[in-house]
Design a binder for this molecule. Structure first.
Ligand SMILES: Nc1ncnc2c1ncn2[C@@H]1O[C@H](COP(=O)(O)OP(=O)(O)OP(=O)(O)O)[C@@H](O)[C@H]1O
Length: 215
């Protein structure tokens, strides 16, 4: 499979012998595939499988490709998936800048170069100059933007988003959606978005797949 973007090829996930997910889809660079379905359907489990952190209680098969490269057998840290959850999950014992520095690829060497990447990552989410801040002193919207900056600073090859907007109030939610989807388009990153919110799916503008909908 040589297509650019993320190709999910015949993924099947079962729990206690019962199949909960069966999916084949292509997500083009910059496009969003929205995954919907009832609670417990297996949406987060699908992201965990692609991210490389599936709980061994599940049995799973199928492959995924990024820009034609089969990444299914790689360990999680070599898949370079940018993952955002409902909670920003910033490291509380590190400054904002520390959180971003931690995420930078090791290949970016030298104090000055690393510092510049952190500055640029913060500028990209309208938080320039916030390096020294303690994450605990940030608003919910600011924390969400630091989490996004941290994910992007790691140079991901795709984004896996698990209800990333659901803790934000309506106005922030709209801003954050626009920011995330704009970044994905700008960088040509394919996005898998798990959500319960129809408005998220509409804002994403891409295909929608519903799993576990018939039970
Ligand atoms: N570690 C685990 N051990 C056993 N069962 C699990 C485990 N993790 C999840 N499950 C079960 O697997 C199924 C899929 O869970 P998953 O979290 O993927 O659902 P979801 O669609 O993301 O739900 P929600 O919308 O509530 O987040 C559920 O029935 C859940 O109870």
């Amino acid at each position: 499979m040589k297509d650019a973007g993320l190709f999910i090829d015949g993924v099947r996930i079962a729990l206690a012998g019962r199949e909960i997910v069966s999916l084949t889809r292509h997500v083009a660079p910059g496009a969003v595939l929205t995954v919907m379905g009832p609670s417990g359907a297996g949406k987060s489990t699908l992201l965990a499988f692609i991210g490389g952190f599936l709980d061994p209680v599940f049995s799973a098969s199928g492959r995924f490709f990024i820009d034609g490269q089969d990444i299914s057998a790689l360990p999680a840290e070599e898949r370079h998936m940018g993952i955002l959850f409902q909670d920003p999950l910033l490291f509380p014992h590190m400054s904002v800048g520390g959180n971003l520095l931690f995420a930078l690829p090791a290949a970016i060497r030298g104090r000055t170069a690393r510092k510049r990447q952190v500055e640029e990552a913060l500028q990209g989410v309208d938080l320039e100059g916030m390096e020294a801040r303690d994450p605990a002193t940030l608003s919910g919207g600011q924390k969400a933007r630091v989490a996004l900056a941290r994910v992007l600073a790691a140079h991901p090859r795709a984004l896996l988003l698990d209800e990333p907007f659901s803790k934000l109030d309506a106005a922030l939610r709209q801003q954050m959606r626009e920011l995330v989807f704009a970044k994905a388009r700008e960088r040509g990153l394919p996005v898998l978005l798990v959500t319960h919110d129809e408005a998220d799916a509409a804002a994403a503008g891409g295909d929608i797949v519903t799993i576990g909908g018939t039970e």
